[in-house]
Structure formats: structure tokens, C-alpha cells
Ligand binder design. Structure first.
Ligand code: 8DG
Ligand code: MN
Ligand code: MN
Length: 370
């Protein structure tokens, strides 16, 4: 039936990896609300509900203008009854009562504060809350045993909850480049994660390391870490070859997302950039800050897959994998792409080739901000 409203009606494909989502979001009021509800679900370990809210938010992020009328949402994918209710509430009342009550809830506030500690996931936070711990002071006097990551996280709590700027990310990149090149000349490093998508700030710095000669990269991570350690750049580090062991470094990820690259989760000690570099005046007297840094080493044969898999956004990655599996009978990971019908791996040396294998239009990093 034709609708009588003159409002613009949007048309959007259903997988986020079929859409171009820039950082220019015209519906931040709606997407912030849906993202908060997604986060609440993830913190309550209701992952299905979390993904549903993430998908709904992602649809609104790619619209060319603000939604002003519920009629405009007709025919849009991924918007369930619950998301509709939240959007309606905001369009009619200016706010969502569910978002407001969540923000005021003691449990949500405690979950946010506790999972704001590096090394603390939803499970640990929930256990602590059940033991009556709602804030950092209560945690410190509780006698709970913290692991090494959590102790470092608590120690650098304020710094690690301060956004990392692009200038700081570039400075970290230069330090890591010096480390990498001094232990293996010709090794290459690439800024990945949110900064590669053009974000101006992030919660950490993600770097991918490779070498043009296959095999030269083996065993590189421990050497890089030793170099950084010897120069006093690391406040904390955990190097792994197998991410199955890692469970509480962040939100839980689907098992298909697990990989076996050499990885290092770290906290860097970054000397404050000079006034000129920062384009602002000195504020305090602190000479350095702590910054979360993720390092990944990939063999060159898997580089394109690693690059695609670590550039994000997390929802974009999830949607790529869902598209591959459901629409193409393929399995996409950060190491490879497998075609289940042909029973073979599909090679690729660039992200463009991977999109082509998947039968998708190429979406550049700056348009993967779903
Ligand atoms: P932010 O730091 O600015 O907040 O955002 P981001 O850079 O997009 O998020 P991130 O949490 O740093 O994650 C960057 C990408 O890395 C994202 O696409 C998800 C991906 N990623 C992990 N952990 C793992 C993992 O264990 N395996 C694989 N393959 N990818 C991972 O964060
Ligand atoms: Mn990141
Ligand atoms: Mn990261």
C-alpha cells in the first residue's frame, strides 16, 4: 500500500557489508540509544539481543538523513519490534524511557565501571557485583584477587578510559616501526582497527605486522616485545599465539572470529607529544600516559585476510562472515576464505580480491563504520 506521508522513504540492503557506512552519522540520537541497549545486552551476556540492537543501529547509521517519522522506517531491514519501540519513544518524547532507566540503574553503572577495567569482562564484573562490589574503591578494599592484566588495568584506569587520538596512534606506530625494523629490516607495519576506518579517536591502537618474504615473520613478536621492553615502552604485555586462551580482553566474539596469529595485548607508556605536535597547550604536569595497544603478526600469504579481519568495525566483520556463510557457502576468517562448494581455499593478495570472491561490491575502510 502506498503511504500518504511525504517523508523520504529509505531503501537499504540487509547485510552491513553491502552498505557504505561513513562516520557521517545523521541519526546519532537514535543510534546512541540502540548502541547503549546493545551494550547493556552484551554486559548481561545476552549476545543475540546485543547483535539485534547492533544491526538495528547500523541500519540507521547509513541513512542519508535524519529519521523524523516512523513511516520512513517501513521496509528497512533489521529493525525488530523492540528497536521500533525505542525509536518511536525518541521521536515522540525526545528520549527513550528504557535508555533512561538503564542509565540510572545501579547494576548497569556498576557493570560499566568494572568492565572499564582492562582485563575485566562481563562474567567477572557480574561475579563482583554479586559480591557487593559496585565501584573501584569497593574492589580495592574487597580482597578479591586480580590477575596481572586486571592489576595493570586498575592501575592505569583513568588513562585507559581516556580516548586515544590519531596523533597518539601515529606516535605509537612510529615506536613500533622502530622496534620492528630494528629486529627485522623490511618488515612492514599497518595501522588497522578504527583508525584505519578514519576515526579520529579510539579506545586503543591496533597494528598489523608482516614481512614480504613468507616465513620471515615467524617468532617476530617476542623479539619486538623484548625490544620495546628494554626501552621502557611497556607497562604491561601478554603475548599469545592462540587467542582461544583469551576470554576477557573485550566483548565475547563468535568462535569463527578466533585466530592463531602471534598477538600481543599491551599497555604502552607514551611520552606526551609536544605542544606543536598536539596543537594545544600543556595542561597538567604528567609527562606520559598509558595507551592500550594491540599488535598482530601475519604471514604475507594471509595479509589481505588479516587486514580485512582486523579493520572492523566489529559488526561489519560479523556481517561479512554471515554473508559468506549464508549467501555464498563460504567460510571467511582472518586467515583465509574457504569455498565449501568447491572444497578449496580462495587466494587473495588484496581486500578488493576478497570482496570480489564474495560477490560483494568493494567497500573501502572509511565506509566500513557500521
Ligand atoms: P576502537 O578501538 O576505536 O574502539 O574500535 P576498533 O578499533 O574498531 O575496535 P577494536 O576492539 O580495537 O577491534 C579492532 C578489530 O579487531 C575489530 O574488527 C575486531 C578485531 N578483533 C579483535 N579481537 C580479535 C580476534 O581475536 N580475532 C580477530 N580475527 N579479530 C579480532 O578485536
Ligand atoms: Mn581499536
Ligand atoms: Mn583492539
Amino acid at each position: 500500500a502506498k503511504c500518504c506521508s511525504k517523508a523520504v522513504v529509505f531503501s537499504v540492503p540487509s547485510y552491513a557489508c553491502q552498505r557504505r557506512t561513513t562516520l557521517d552519522n545523521h541519526n546519532t540520537i537514535l543510534t546512541d540509544a540502540l548502541s547503549l541497549l546493545a551494550e547493556k545486552a552484551e554486559l548481561s551476556e545476552e549476545d543475540g539481543r546485543g547483535v539485534a540492537f547492533r544491526r538495528a543501529a547500523a541500519v540507521l547509521k547509513c541513512l542519508p538523513q535524519p529519521v523524523t517519522n516512523m513511516m520512513q522506517l517501513r521496509g528497512l531491514p533489521c529493525l525488530g519490534e523492540h528497536s521500533f519501540r525505542v525509536i518511536k519513544d525518541i521521536l515522540e518524547n525526545g528520549t527513550s524511557s528504557e535508555v533512561e532507566s538503564t542509565q540510572q540503574s545501579e547494576r548497569y553503572k556498576a557493570l560499566k565501571v568494572l568492565t572499564g577495567i582492562f582485563g575485566v569482562g562481563a562474567k567477572t564484573a557480574d561475579r563482583w557485583i554479586r559480591a557487593g562490589i559496585h565501584n573501584l574503591r569497593q574492589l580495592q578494599t574487597s580482597g578479591q584477587t586480580l590477575n596481572q592484566a586486571q592489576r595493570a588495568g586498575l592501575q592505569h584506569y583513568d588513562d585507559l578510559n581516556l580516548p586515544v587520538t590519531k596523533a597518539e596512534a601515529d606516535a605509537i606506530g612510529e615506536i613500533v616501526e622502530e622496534a620492528v625494523v630494528s629486529v627485522l629490516p623490511d618488515a612492514q607495519i599497518t595501522l588497522i582497527g578504527g583508525f584505519r576506518r578514519g576515526k579520529l579517536t579510539g579506545h586503543d591502537v591496533d597494528l598489523l605486522i608482516t614481512h614480504p618474504d613468507e616465513g620471515k615473520e615467524v617468532g617476530l613478536m617476542p623479539k619486538v616485545v623484548s625490544w620495546l621492553q628494554s626501552k621502557g615502552f611497556l607497562l604491561y604485555q601478554k603475548t599469545t599465539i592462540n587467542s582461544y586462551l583469551e576470554s576477557e580482553e573485550g566483548p565475547r566474539r563468535p568462535s569463527s572470529n578466533m585466530d592463531r596469529f602471534e598477538r600481543c595485548f599491551s599497555i604502552f607508556k607514551l611520552r606526551h607529544l609536544s605542544r606543536e605536535d598536539r596543537g594545544e597547550s600543556e595542561s597538567g604536569c604528567r609527562l606520559w600516559r598509558a595507551v592500550r595497544v594491540d599488535l598482530v603478526v601475519s604471514p604475507i600469504s594471509q595479509f589481505a585476510f588479516a587486514l580485512l579481519g582486523w579493520t572492523g568495525s566489529k559488526l561489519f566483520e560479523r556481517e561479512l562472515r554471515r554473508w559468506a556463510g549464508h549467501e555464498k557457502a563460504m567460510s571467511l576468517g582472518s586467515h583465509a576464505l574457504y569455498d565449501n562448494r568447491q572444497s578449496r581455499y580462495l587466494r587473495a593478495t588484496s581486500e578488493e580480491e576478497i570482496f570480489a570472491h564474495l560477490g560483494l561490491e568493494y567497500i573501502p575502510p572509511s565506509e566500513r563504520n557500521a
